[in-house]
Ligand binder design. Sequence first.
Ligand SMILES: CC(C)(COP(=O)(O)OP(=O)(O)OC[C@H]1O[C@@H](n2cnc3c(N)ncnc32)[C@H](O)[C@@H]1OP(=O)(O)O)[C@@H](O)C(=O)NCCC(=O)NCCS
Length: 182
Amino acid sequence: MLRHHIHPGLELRLLQLTDAPRLFALVDANRKSLRTWLPWVDATTKLSHSQKFIAEALRDREKTRAYAAGIWSSGELVGVIWHNRIDWANRVAFPAYWLVPSAEGRGIMRAACQVVIEHAFNQLKVDRVIVAVATENHRAAALVRRLGFAQISTLKKAEWLYDHFVDHSIYQRINPTASSLP
Ligand SMILES: CC(C)(COP(=O)(O)OP(=O)(O)OC[C@H]1O[C@@H](n2cnc3c(N)ncnc32)[C@H](O)[C@@H]1OP(=O)(O)O)[C@@H](O)C(=O)NCCC(=O)NCCS
């Protein structure tokens, strides 16, 4: 997916290295709120870290078709949605995403996730999409439930967030056209 218009004023665009300064500035300006649930924020201290994220995403896209897209609202970068990985042996995609607080509460991520999930089902033709949500991250849990995901398990102490572990709820949505799954 290179570019996808969701509606006037909202689009997804594959992140390019030229976006790194904007991406780093966005993380830098919102690090206090982003670090609540995202484990990589404190390690993102300079432009080269955002460049590395984008460069690795572009490389992954070549190798596995996993991609990272910027979420642009009214011409401003407001977040990112990407595939942590695509497990082709088992046909599962593992997307992840974040928005800055000023862009929350408008349905932006719901629309972005819908595009990425439909692309995963219809273009990539994966059988399942799986998302891990920290059990106390109620906003993220509300989003996946609204998107039709079902909780399939819980992982205790799944992720170290700077100074404490969080448990994860694992949510899954199955491709309705997948033939090999119940
Ligand atoms: C998780 C996260 C993406 C959710 O963002 P969000 O803006 O709440 O997500 P949505 O796009 O579903 O928006 C829902 C809100 O928009 C409102 N909304 C307004 N217009 C809407 C529309 N047209 N369609 C849907 N919702 C709309 C909903 O009523 C809801 O409002 P509420 O929060 O007051 O209940 C965001 O909080 C975030 O980035 N958090 C930090 C990182 C993170 O946790 N990432 C996920 C890890 S699993």
